[in-house]
Design a protein around this ligand. Structure first.
Ligand code: 13P
Length: 253
């Protein structure tokens, strides 16, 4: 019922030449799956979005931004609006990635405005949530993701939330090579789905895709994808290498 979804978050990596080369190689390595049995997206830095979107225009692979601003236009130096992203062929945008929360200092309130603006403007947001190591060790995982989901989705109707994808990315698993086990991830995904059910009803909770992110590699994707509430993955480091990313896209559930 929920089509698997694999998205690559390039973070602050690549250049104009290697960006296009990378997606051309990903497209040729994922022709049978991309857009058909698996939703595939890449999220390059803002400055390479347009070239990447053009290179992928006939590939079935979608393009997403790593962030977005909530205002429509005006005096917001350095920011990028929803309509600008749509204008150059973006379909998705990450909201509230842990690096934006913990390095840049984004709050749930700001992330909520971004999610709402994205949906209203016709972009599909991927809301990222996840706990720090000390929060997991203090058994606060559920509390943290509850706060992030409730905060991130404040004021949004079930109808609007249909546009959403959630990514559970435990911060301690990001870029560390220390992935959550499939059981650990499933436990949180189930908790998130039950929370969504209480807030928005069974039908919506069943239809929303919840991705796992944090050191996903070709050798752990199949295990993760066997779990009933894991619907795909948000990939950092392994999305910068075309063969590795294509292998992840072609996992078998
Ligand atoms: P890694 O796959 O490098 O751990 O990064 C995960 C991530 O942050 C994706 O958004």
């Amino acid at each position: 019922m929920r089509k698997p979804f694999v998205a690559g978050n390039w973070k602050m990596n690549m250049d104009s030449h290697t960006s296009v080369e990378l997606v051309e190689r990903i497209a040729s390595g994922s022709v049978e799956t991309a857009g058909h049995s698996v939703t595939v997206a890449v999220c390059p830095p803002f400055v390479y979005l347009q070239a990447v979107a053009q290179a992928l225009s006939t590939s079935g692979i979608a393009v997403g931004a790593q962030d977005v601003y909530f205002e429509l236009n005006g005096a917001f130096t350095g920011e990028i609006s929803v309509s600008m992203l749509k204008d150059i062929g973006c379909l998705y945008c990450l909201c509230g990635h842990s690096e934006r929360r913990h390095v840049i200092g984004e709050t749930d309130e700001l992330i909520n405005k971004k999610v709402a603006a994205a949906i209203t403007g016709g972009l599909l947001p991927i809301l990222c949530v996840g706990e720090l190591l000390e929060e997991r060790e203090a058994s606060q995982t559920n509390e943290v993701v509850t706060r992030q989901i409730k905060g991130g989705l404040t004021g949004l109707s079930a109808e609007k939330v249909q546009a959403l994808t959630i990514a559970y990315e435990p911060v301690w698993a990001i870029g560390t090579g220390k992935t959550a086990t499939a059981d650990q991830a499933q436990e949180v995904h189930l908790f998130l789905r039950e929370m969504l059910e209480k807030k928005f009803g069974n039908k919506l909770a069943k239809s929303l895709r919840i991705l796992y992110g944090g050191s996903v590699k070709p050798d752990n994707i199949t295990d993760l994808m066997t779990m009933p509430d894991i619907d795909g993955a948000l990939i950092g480091g392994a999305s910068l290498e075309p063969e590795t990313f294509s292998k992840i896209v072609q996992f078998q559930k």
